[in-house]
Write a protein that binds this ligand. Structure first.
Ligand SMILES: Cc1ncc(COP(=O)(O)O)c(C=O)c1O
Length: 402
């Protein structure tokens, strides 16, 4: 074995001893949000609680009353190109990409929008491209790793404010705002937090932006787009704040059941991103067939109100059933994502195992993805689940934690 390989083996052995080794398990999608853990030997179907496919759109044959029938759109895709051939700046650009951007900009009440290959590409690329002299970043303590990577790649000075703590944020804004060298303060947050499912105080952020003119808001709606708002345009739509957010990011890989991402922004920001954003310039664009599909989904989003209502009823059922547990273990649900804080890797694994025995597939979330001591199960509800799935799930959790 080469020196290089033996060093890698040593690191793997240490990680295995620490139970910190991450592994992959191929699973098979069955139907109705059910999965088999062993792709080659379908066994008892498991209810998938790890999925970000919140509207259950991965299965285009499942219908809710009154919504656009996507099977026609799916049939029309078959003749389209499977590959985009290059970066958008070479020969990867297509009419439907501009059409999708215009739809997104219009829906989200922004001048413009720009597509990305994923939420990771968007968040890693946006800040480095928009870096300006005198810019400072203030980021919520719990923002997603992709946003952190964007900050790091930008090399901009940054501080973290306590999670959802507006007073703490305001104190930091005041400190920088009064300094002559500071020209721009970018406040970064998610609208629904991926690991905690709680909501950002978006109205308070907008109030701060109004009070402090150097502030610009960068909000990631990855877990809210499709799910919240009367038309499914996210929590900013629900709160009437769409046009207040300078950089409004969202992804297609979660509730929209596909892949890719967007930022809704001004025309000037889009122009600068096209010229400077490395994750856009130096990466092959999404396949046109995928973009066509996202366009069909985006146009149908307002019609998915039945799925959103069902998801909300599942969330309410979950809240009702688990209301007796202490809030340090199960916080009051604010969205379709609910953490069960187990407090250690072992306890998180044991609960996941107990749920597996009862037909629920949920992977524990370990540190460093979440802080040490807050290892958890992250229940992620989707519109493909039933009320009895949720009731039985709660019985297993309550019995295990009793
Ligand atoms: C808040 C947030 N932003 C961005 C991403 C990355 O999105 P994508 O999966 O499209 O790369 C995620 C993924 O989990 C996320 O939770």
């Amino acid at each position: 074995m080469s020196h290089f390989e033996s060093h890698i083996e040593q690191i793997i052995a240490t990680l295995r001893d620490e139970q910190a080794l991450r592994t992959l398990t191929p699973i098979a999608a069955l139907a109705d949000g059910r999965y088999s853990l062993l792709a080659d030997e379908p066994q008892q179907p498991l209810v998938n609680l790890n999925s970000n496919d919140y509207l259950a759109l991965h299965d285009a044959t499942c219908h809710f009353a009154g919504e656009t029938d996507l099977t026609n759109s799916l049939e029309r895709l078959s003749a389209k190109e499977l590959g985009s051939t290059s970066s958008r700046l070479l020969s990867g650009d297509r009419k439907e990409m501009h059409q999708l951007e215009q739809c997104i900009a219009h829906s989200l009440r922004h001048e413009s929008a720009l597509l990305f290959n994923s939420g990771y590409h968007a968040n890693a690329g946006i800040l480095p491209a928009l870096k300006l002299p005198g810019m400072v970043v203030l980021a919520d303590k719990l923002i997603h790793a992709s946003m952190i990577d964007g900050i790091r790649l930008s090399g901009l000075p940054f501080e973290r404010f306590r999670h959802n703590d507006v007073t703490n944020l305001q104190r930091l804004i005041e400190k920088h705002h009064s300094s002559e060298s500071c020209q721009h303060i970018i406040v970064m947050a998610e609208s629904i937090y991926s690991m905690d499912g709680d909501l950002a105080p978006l109205q308070a952020f907008v109030d701060l932006k109004r009070a402090y003119p150097k502030v610009a808001l960068y909000i990631d709606e990855a877990h809210a787009i499709g799910v919240r708002g009367a038309h499914g345009y996210g929590l900013c739509e629900e709160l009437g704040l769409l046009s207040e957010i300078d950089l409004l990011v969202g992804t297609f890989g979660k509730a929209l059941g596909s892949m890719g991402a967007y930022v809704a922004c001004s025309e000037a920001v889009r122009t600068l991103l096209i010229t400077r954003c490395r994750s856009l310039i130096y990466s092959t664009m999404l396949p046109p067939i995928i973009v066509q599909w996202i366009l069909a989904i985006w146009q149908a989003l307002p019609t998915f109100s039945g799925r959103r209502a069902h998801l909300l009823s599942l969330q309410q059922e979950l809240a009702k059933q688990l209301a007796t547990l202490p809030s340090q273990i199960v916080p009051t649900p604010e969205s379709h994502i609910l953490p069960i804080i187990c407090g250690s890797r072992e306890r998180a694994r044991a609960l996941a195992q107990a749920l597996l025995h009862e037909g629920y597939f949920i992977r524990p979330i370990m540190s460093p993805t979440v802080p040490v001591g807050s290892e958890r199960l992250r229940i992620s509800l989707t519109a493909g689940l039933t009320s009895s799935d949720v009731k039985r799930l709660c019985q297993v959790i309550l019995a295990h934690l009793a």
